[in-house]
Design a protein around this ligand. Structure first.
Ligand code: SAH
Length: 244
């Protein structure tokens, strides 16, 4: 077996890990050794008597900033210069996390993930240690830990051997460029609502057509941005076909 995917998370709250990632799919994969996770306590790299990790922002203003010297020591101890793993900083200013980015991360030997706290981290450590900033959405969390948990959850399920072949995830929302169609299971009637007839018809061509229509309908209604991009790609594809 190839070396396990190796995630190192730098945090002031190492007890938050593996947390939810110790359960279910990711937890089983962790037990099987498909991936490993180290939570590194940034505070262990503070050198003063009070183990200080933060200081007031230069130029004034509210809150505190993670000190560059302490954080850099934690990064250097965790990820030496020849470490092939990308170094990420969870940050609302970062590039938005997408399924494409998740796939890119899943193809790496692992990840080093810095979790910010307070107002954030000193800009110089982002530059000096080449941290790639990644955001999980346009909202503000109180710390990077829940963001790192989300990112790792999404990455781990794509690692070889984590999901079965059938559930390989190729039909999920975002993989096709569309949101996924609705799902149903037994009972056939529930609180006066029935499963759409076509799904019980056994006609696989019709079922596929229905699912595709539903996916398009939901995407157009809920995510005009995705719909626009998908539509452009379809048009481009048709032109390519026409040109042979
Ligand atoms: N002052 C910052 C927010 C700090 S929130 C700003 O306005 O941009 C504290 C920490 O939580 C951040 O350093 C980051 O690590 C994490 N965080 C907050 N929101 C996030 C998001 N949407 N995605 C990823 N990390 C986030």
């Amino acid at each position: 077996m190839s070396a396990p995917f190796h995630a190192s998370v730098l945090t002031l709250y190492p007890d938050m890990f593996p947390g939810p990632l110790g359960h279910a799919l990711a937890g089983r994969a962790l037990q099987k050794g498909i991936w490993r996770l180290d939570a590194v306590n940034i505070r262990d790299f503070a050198t003063d008597r009070h183990r200080t990790v933060d200081d007031t922002p230069a130029g004034g203003g509210p809150g505190m900033v993670l000190k560059p010297d302490v954080l850099a020591r934690a990064i250097d101890a965790t990820s030496p210069p020849d470490d092939a793993r990308p170094r990420l900083l969870m940050s609302p200013r970062g590039e938005p996390l997408t399924q494409a980015l998740v796939r890119e991360f899943a193809s790496q030997p692992g990840l080093v993930i810095v979790c910010g706290r307070f107002e954030g981290v000193d800009e110089r450590v982002i530059e000096g240690r080449c941290l790639r900033e990644v955001s999980i959405g346009d909202f503000i969390l109180s710390g990077g830990e829940p963001a790192a948990l989300c990112l790792l959850d999404a990455v781990v399920r794509l690692l070889p051997g984590v999901m079965g072949k059938q559930e390989s995830g190729e039909h999920e929302s975002f993989e096709t460029g569309l949101l996924e169609h609705p799902h149903y299971t037994r009972p056939r009637e529930w609180e006066g609502r029935s499963i759409p007839d076509v799904l019980l018809s056994g006609n696989h061509v019709e079922i596929e057509r229905w699912r595709q229509q539903q996916a398009e309908r939901l995407t157009r209604k809920r995510r005009p941005d995705l719909w626009e991009a998908w539509w452009q790609r379809q048009q481009a594809g048709q032109e390519d076909d026409a040109q042979g």
